[in-house]
Design a protein around this ligand. Sequence first.
Ligand SMILES: Cc1cc2nc3c(=O)[nH]c(=O)nc-3n(C[C@H](O)[C@H](O)[C@H](O)COP(=O)(O)O)c2cc1C
Length: 236
Amino acid sequence: MEYDAFLDLVKRRRNVRHFKPDPLPEGAVEKMIEAAHWANSGSNAQPWEFIVVTDPARKEALLDIYHQYEVSGYHLESTRGDEFKHPARAKPPGAPRFKEAPAIIVVAADQRTMLASVMAATLYPENHVFHMNVATAVQILHLAATSLGLATEWVSIGNCIEERVKAALDIPPDFRVYVMVPVGHPARPPSAGVRRDVKDIIHYDSYCSDKYRTDEQVLDFIRGLRRASAPRPAGK
Ligand SMILES: Cc1cc2nc3c(=O)[nH]c(=O)nc-3n(C[C@H](O)[C@H](O)[C@H](O)COP(=O)(O)O)c2cc1C
């Protein structure tokens, strides 16, 4: 694949939060997982296992756990000023937005695989090797879905619900689950992506202090993100 085609794929991937209930094409999830399992990982530890949830009862259990997480997130969000409230947590939540997605891929990661890594990776948790190992595969899941004409959402699983998610899906105790990926057909065309200019984030040889943003510039940037992610009227 040439760079232009690759960049096009990367730019077309959007975080989609509303799905149609339409079924997935045969084999689509397996293709996503095949691609994801070629992700890189520290020492090639490959901690990932993928639980593809389509069974209505298991899905309902997951949605219920996630809903409670969103309720607690709403209460946390209520403690900060309106200007910076995250739009996803600004109102009391209803059912999770991704509820119609025909499949939810829960990414489970086996902590024992860290034995493959150098000692420093396990002794210094700040190295975050285990977390980074999970992220590489998750990113590829998303890109593979885009290449198949499908949409995905990155759904973080907070620590406070991790054990309940594991119990709901019979995931062994020595695994961690940080993220799940609903996949399906988007309910509406995704909005355009928002990114900083490349020229503002690229530094050659050393950090260019002219590019260091003031606190107010960072706050303005976040205000801009909030405007860009404000809920769109139906049909837009
Ligand atoms: C580490 C990480 C955690 C995220 N957690 C969530 C999440 O819990 N729920 C959600 O809807 N999106 C989540 N996202 C998606 C981001 O909000 C989204 O990628 C970002 O707003 C940029 O939008 P785009 O992906 O459409 O370009 C997460 C993304 C990453 C990389």
